[in-house]
Ligand binder design. Sequence first.
Ligand code: UD1
Ligand code: MG
Length: 448
Amino acid sequence: MSSRKTAVVVLAAGKGTRMKSDLHKVLHPIAGRPMLLHLLAAAETLSPERTVVVTGAGREQVETAVAPVGAKIAVQNEQLGTGHAVMQAREALAGFAGDVLILYGDVPLVRAETMRAMIARLNAGDAPAVVVLGFRPADPGAYGRLIVAPGSDRLERIVEFKDADPEERAVTLCNSGLMAVRGEALFALLDRLRNDNAAGEYYLTDVVELSGAAAVIEADADEVAGVNSRGELAGVEAAWQRARRAQAMADGATLIAPETVWFAHDTVLGRDVTIQPNVVFGPGVTVADGATIHAFSHLEGASVGAGAEVGPYARLRPGATLAERAKIGNFVEIKKAEVGVGAKVNHLTYIGDAEIGAGANIGAGTITCNYDGFFKYRTKIGVGAFVGSNSALVAPVTIGDGAIVGAGSVVVRDVTADSLALARGRQEERGGWAKRFRDAMTAKKKGQ
Ligand code: UD1
Ligand code: MG
């Protein structure tokens, strides 16, 4: 890798009409993260000196989204072509000397490795002025065609489909649109672009022929897939998920039915984690070594400790923190709560804004009543406490260490350690009453 500096220009001024959306196209999420941020995260690994996003309509949305990553915004008010779009970055790149990597905001899955290969080719061998990322799609359709000098990687020109003759259209090597250009040459080349072509646009692709010194490298078709519609968005999501599942397994997780597991962009899995079928990870989940996520569970913003078990049919919401060997069973929802080492919440329960001590056992149907319609309150359940089934714990409330709450209790006051709390109607028994009742009713019915 050269010591030259890198700048990244992301084109994102296209209208995205086919998405039929109020959300800017490049902000539609893949694995829970805007596609533009996937791309910027990969580009960031090249430690670019500057990153510029060229945008037009909906620029405020894009600006807000990229603010945390420190990218500059350049505005293209009229979409006069890809070449014209890059020209809008002139001011943001003023004084920059180095290599410029041009990416598309709607081509989100390009790997950092591929970006580095483009830059590397720009600085290797004959040191071309331009490197274009080509690919061979199953259907070359309306992609620009790459005209390569026979027997070399020297790219002579790019012909847009609209401008291509039948012989050029028969070429299967296509333009992904991504390009690396020697910064010193870029704007001089762009200044020479003309729009006397079939689309009446300033084509970025014309810098290839104008430079007289361009090379091509090839990428996998999956990697340069673009998003223009919701259908293509789903296709790119599927490709991302496929790759992530393969990575999870390569890293030592067991996925019994990988095609049914959905990861978020930031899911972290330890070793020997088992994920059963139909599990969905929202953002912010960490699963430690040896934990098992049983079928049909949904996790988001949660941390699962080593050897813990979740589900089947469990829901972990943001702030759910399970310590080692904790067990969360079927139809249990946990929100903003710490569940201690080896504690069990096995059936039909809601635990919110709570802390459950190590080894505690929470019976079926227990509810922490954490909300009065205005404020949220915390429930604290001590180490080794036992909460009987169908109890309502009205927060704020503390169940002491080792305490037992009788089944069906509505607990409104703190329970001291090692006490039994019963907060339910006292049971009475009337001997023989049921039989007398039945006999009387049977007689009455006969007499009718
Ligand atoms: C472009 C390439 C074509 C390539 C194809 C790959 C040109 C002239 N053609 O064609 O060779 O095969 O991409 O998908 O470059 N954009 C702007 N401002 C504009 C125009 C476009 O920001 O004025 C952005 C779009 O948001 C998009 C990207 O540039 O991210 C590509 O634009 P698009 O209109 O899809 O280019 P194509 O005509 O498909
Ligand atoms: Mg296009």
